[in-house]
Design a protein around this ligand. Structure first.
Ligand SMILES: NC(=O)c1ccc[n+]([C@@H]2O[C@H](COP(=O)([O-])OP(=O)(O)OC[C@H]3O[C@@H](n4cnc5c(N)ncnc54)[C@H](O)[C@@H]3O)[C@@H](O)[C@H]2O)c1
Ligand SMILES: [Zn+2]
Length: 393
């Protein structure tokens, strides 16, 4: 037997999403409506900042809803939290199609609610309203849901794209600066693997993007880099996912920055945010590529400078620990059917896959990163030199 299921889901850019006269938030994907209530799950901070506007919105529009508030942060991305959503779906009386829940929050709330919805009655549709930069430029396009389990990131999860995702960039205006920087870590990843122009925007406007929280400060192009960065990052992600939504091809350039970081992220939780760890992995992998003679040192220099310009740290002590890095690669290979399929940069915006990285190469890269960690002034050419790799700091 062979069955084909066509998937289509929309990502809608809107503004003033909680304005009662904006119909987007209340729309039911597919148009089928049941008389019952819909569950609205809000992130704790979102509830504090926007909760009263959200409540007014549904009241004004005569849409029956009930609420659940969940904590954000990866330490709360748990099975228990996911089951709380499932229980609440029952209390609310969620139907098969006509009362899709709405998740308003960062990547954590999106992943938790998405997973609950995908399991509930073997799958009910849901609506996603990402409120963090990371959620808007990365999670928004993704088909994946999940929770962390037994110390592993996203160990339990499903493929379940919601039929509707709403993006309102103004929601980012209340985000703490550190969260904005973390989100830009994912934008940097997209830039490095496929969009040199996006990279130049991050290179030129890194600090400004953070200070303005990607909001427009005027109408001239130079006062709107946030708009361009958001759109380009989302478009690039959508292009990549569209051709491989179910990840039947395990060679994915979008996994750049996600090979060595998961183990560090889980071990260092809650000290490190996702995008922070991703940016560090991007640097580690760039050093590896440069040491192979693939990436020119000058490009490596620009990458590290841009990471710093955004206000992100290029390294963490764990990336300088060769044993941890080798373990990270081994763990990630299990996720890639025992292949490395490591994306390496040949240039900013140009990649190649490697499947022959040696343990010694990882060791030498970790030594170079350790050097960068302890001596931030180390220049890119020195990071690539074989001599340095042998010298203890
Ligand atoms: N499904 C996917 O494909 C996918 C893609 C990218 C990331 N993710 C997941 O997303 C998670 C990270 O997401 P995140 O960075 O959004 O973290 P998060 O959801 O923990 O949110 C970060 C913090 O920001 C707060 N917050 C949210 N919106 C706010 C707003 N508008 N104003 C002020 N504060 C706000 C939250 O309360 C939280 O404290 C990770 O678990 C990652 O695995 C999943
Ligand atoms: Zn990511």
């Amino acid at each position: 037997m062979k069955a084909v299921k066509e998937i289509s889901y929309e990502i809608v850019e809107t503004s003033n999403i909680f304005d009662p006269r904006n119909p987007e938030l209340g729309k039911i994907p597919g148009g089928r409506r049941c008389p019952g209530s819909r569950l609205v799950v809000m992130d704790e901070s979102v509830d504090r900042l926007f909760g009263s506007r959200v409540r007014k919105y549904f009241q004004f529009n005569g849409i029956a809803v009930k609420y659940l508030t969940l904590a954000g942060g990866d330490e709360h991305k748990t099975v228990d939290q996911m089951l709380r959503v499932a229980s609440r779906l029952t209390e609310v009386g969620t139907d098969r199609v006509g009362t899709p829940p709405i998740a308003i929050g960062g990547g954590v709330v999106q992943d938790v609610v998405g997973m609950a919805a995908s399991l509930y009655r073997r799958g009910v549709p849901y609506v996603r309203v990402p409120t963090t930069l990371l959620g808007q430029i990365d999670g928004s396009v993704s088909a994946k849901t999940g929770v962390n389990y037994e110390g592993c990131r996203n160990r339990l999860g499903t493929f379940a794209p919601p039929p509707r995702t709403l993006i309102d960039r103004s929601l980012i205006a209340t985000l703490p600066e550190r969260q904005v920087r973390s989100g830009l870590g994912e934008a940097l990843k997209m830039a490095l693997i496929k969009d040199p122009y996006l990279f130049t925007l991050l290179e030129e406007y890194g600090g400004q993007l953070v200070a303005d929280r990607l909001q427009d400060t005027g109408t001239a192009a130079a006062s709107r880099p946030g708009r361009e960065v958001t759109r380009r990052a989302i478009t690039a992600m959508a292009e990549e996912l569209q051709k491989n939504l179910w990840e039947s091809d395990l060679k994915r350039i979008v996994d750049y920055g996600h090979t060595f970081s998961p183990i560090v992220e889980m071990t260092a939780l809650p000290e490190l945010f996702h995008g922070e760890a991703v940016a560090m992995d991007c640097v580690f992998s760039a050093v590896l590529a440069a040491r192979r003679g693939l990436l020119p040192p000058e490009q490596l220099r620009r990458i590290i400078a841009t990471v710093r310009g955004i206000g992100l740290a290029p390294t963490h002590s764990m990336f300088g620990d060769a044993d941890v890095m080798n373990q990270a690669l081994t763990d990630t290979m299990r996720h890639r059917d025992n292949h490395q399929y490591l994306t390496l940069l040949r240039n900013i915006g140009d990649t190649v896959f490697a499947d022959d990285i040696t343990e010694e190469e990882i060791r030498a890269t970790a030594r170079a990163i350790d050097r960068l960690h302890h001596h931030p002034e180390t220049n890119a050419a020195d990071l690539c030199s074989t001599r340095l790799a042998g010298t203890p700091h």
